[in-house]
Design a protein around this ligand. Structure first.
Ligand SMILES: [Zn+2]
Length: 295
């Protein structure tokens, strides 16, 4: 279990970060919400082989030497010691301790990444003590990169767009995607999909051609259908009343997959379809704003 590596990391960095524990429930919590495994739990240890250079190790893990140096204060002058173990994160980035009263939103802003990306990278934890902040590789045209909002989600996704609609008719957005305030309890939370107003029993259709990878009850999602589309895209349809297809089936755009319901724990009491778009990445299935894909 890679969690062990994390504990080792924190012991190693205890002097710098003044922390010793990592919430054990974090990954359980994130699994429940279908979030990627937190980046901090995906660190691996690498034992330096004879004649292996820092650069070669960095290349083999697809991270920069700077990332490895930052994670391993024992590395001096860019030289690794044969036989010693070093810690390697799943991708470039830095470990940041969350200050008292500091929010993920603030940390995301400080590091110029999207708050929802930071949230997902860290397994959708509500109040992490430490987070891993991914850093994008410097692009050649950095002037362009600087002028637009740096965006992990966009960078790791691809451009092939789905453009269907999960209901027969366009309806109102009952609750949008992203950081929202829960209307029931006032808490700020991340809404990984979009809620489309629809009466119970309304037909739900596939927004594009693909393969059904899940069609069953799934915790807070209730009755859930997940369809994988080409080019690493995925759509999810939650809180369904009935499911009309099975895992493994191929579907075309517009095919009936289920009906609107209120199974699981919907955020809104008002009847709706919770619809998500996700893209495959090294971070797992990362939520995208479905609005960009709806026609
Ligand atoms: Zn929802």
């Amino acid at each position: 279990m890679s969690f062990r590596y994390c504990s080792v990391l924190f012991c190693g960095l205890a002097g710098i970060l003044s922390l010793s524990t990592f919430p054990n429930s974090a990954w359980a919590q994130s699994k429940q919400r279908n979030c990627p495994e937190p980046a901090l739990e995906r660190f691996v240890r690498h034992q330096v082989a004879p004649e292996e250079s820092l650069k070669a190790i960095a290349q083999s893990y697809n991270v920069t030497p700077e990332t490895i140096i930052r994670m391993n204060p024992a590395i001096r002058n860019g030289k690794v010691t044969v036989g010693k173990e070093i810690i390697i994160p799943p991708y470039d980035g830095i470990v940041v301790k969350v200050g008292r009263g500091q929010t993920l939103k603030q940390i995301a802003a400080q590091h110029s990444i999207r708050a929802d990306a930071l949230f997902e990278v860290n397994g959708c934890q509500e109040n992490p003590e430490v987070v891993f902040v991914p850093q994008l590789k410097k692009s050649q045209n950095s002037t362009q990169a600087a002028s637009t909002e740096p965006n992990v989600l966009e960078t790791i996704s691809n451009s092939n767009k789905l453009n269907g609609y999960p209901l027969a008719e366009n309806t109102a957005v009952a609750f949008p995607y992203g950081w929202q305030i829960n209307p029931d309890n006032g808490e700020v939370f991340f809404h990984s999909g979009i809620d489309l107003s629809a009466q119970p029993g309304t037909s739900v259709q596939a927004i594009g051609e693909g393969i059904v990878v899940l069609a069953q009850e799934q915790g807070s999602y209730g009755n859930l259908v997940i369809i994988n589309h080409s080019n690493g895209m995925q759509s999810r349809y939650a809180h369904l009343e009935d499911i009309k297809i099975s895992a493994g089936e191929e579907v075309n755009k517009g095919d009936l997959i289920g009906t609107v319901g209120s199974t699981g724990t919907p955020t809104l009491k008002k009847p709706h379809l919770h619809f998500e778009i996700r893209s495959s990445s090294s971070l797992g299935w990362v939520a995208k704003d479905p609005w960009e894909y709806l026609k």
